[in-house]
Write a protein that binds this ligand. Sequence first.
Ligand SMILES: [Zn+2]
Length: 67
Amino acid sequence: MLNGKCPKCENVVQQGRMEHMNISDGTMSLKAFSAACPHCNTILGVVLDPRPPEAMLEKIMKALRIR
Ligand SMILES: [Zn+2]
């Protein structure tokens, strides 16, 4: 996954610490994961959660039940 050195503490990061986070611009919010350095907690990168949000899932489930 992540390979290389942390830009802050310069430790080799073989496995980033995954954390959930929300990204928001004030009106809409997206779920995402951040990868943090396990040594100093510096965030190395952010990826969007590829799963649909729960509200969306609910709509999909309802639609499936109707059909
Ligand atoms: Zn670090």
